[in-house]
Ligand binder design. Sequence first.
Ligand SMILES: Nc1ncnc2c1ncn2[C@@H]1O[C@H](COP(=O)(O)OP(=O)(O)OP(=O)(O)O)[C@@H](O)[C@H]1O
Ligand SMILES: [Mg+2]
Length: 261
Amino acid sequence: MSLLEVKNLTIRFGGLVAVDDLSFTMEEGQITSLIGPNGAGKTTVINLLTGFYTPNEGKVILDGEDITGASTDIVVSKGLSRTFQNIRLFSNMTVEDNILIGMQHRIGYGSFLSLFPNPKKIEWEKRAKEETTAILERVDLSKYRYEKSTSLPYGKQRKLEIGRALVAKPKILLLDEPAAGMNPVEKKELSLFIRSLLKDVKGILLIEHDMKLVMDISDKIVVLNHGAKICEGKPEEVQNNQEVIEAYLGRKGAHNNAASK
Ligand SMILES: Nc1ncnc2c1ncn2[C@@H]1O[C@H](COP(=O)(O)OP(=O)(O)OP(=O)(O)O)[C@@H](O)[C@H]1O
Ligand SMILES: [Mg+2]
């Protein structure tokens, strides 16, 4: 059984078919990448998988369970966690608080009790702090714990977002352009880090415009153009596919802009 099965997924916005009859699978222990020119529908796929959008047609099966059309909360509890193309951190909060806030939904005591010190609250806060310590160590941000999240360099903010996504202990991590805005040294480090995340999660879905990074770390690549899949395979298969080359050459200027977004 595949870890994730996407079957005939389709969504239309007015006359635009943003994702068009898309089918692919993700296998356990693998990095699956979703690539394609600007506007190809990549982020929309993540929005469909994670309950931000409801598909017009098609199914999403996670570990054998149909999660099509489930709300974002349910999807997270079933094991899909994402990061965003445009970093979404709470800018006035510390690094620690940005992780802690991801734990709020698991809070183990009522809102009335939370106003007063009580054993349940103290116990929960202790556990939450311990988990935060572990996650900050995992993303190598321990020494920035009490700093404002926006004071971190860009690459570290992206890692903090990944840390926050790990709070839910997901089966699958969905990363939307994690290398955007990074310099070559940060990108190299990130690619090793993403690969190492397969120790923490069962599978990773990666959207990325940096072709070197994608070719280096993907087990499988799915290529979208105008919402539809035009090719799927191992990096070397995709790299040499004529339709893929044409899709990229035809939109080269737009693609380069995206890489620097
Ligand atoms: N909520 C929406 N309403 C209308 N159109 C939308 C909506 N969301 C996405 N689209 C359109 O769907 C298409 C696919 O957008 P999407 O953001 O998924 O592309 P992408 O592959 O992630 O591009 P990029 O590489 O630039 O991030 C675009 O034409 C976009 O304008
Ligand atoms: Mg996108």
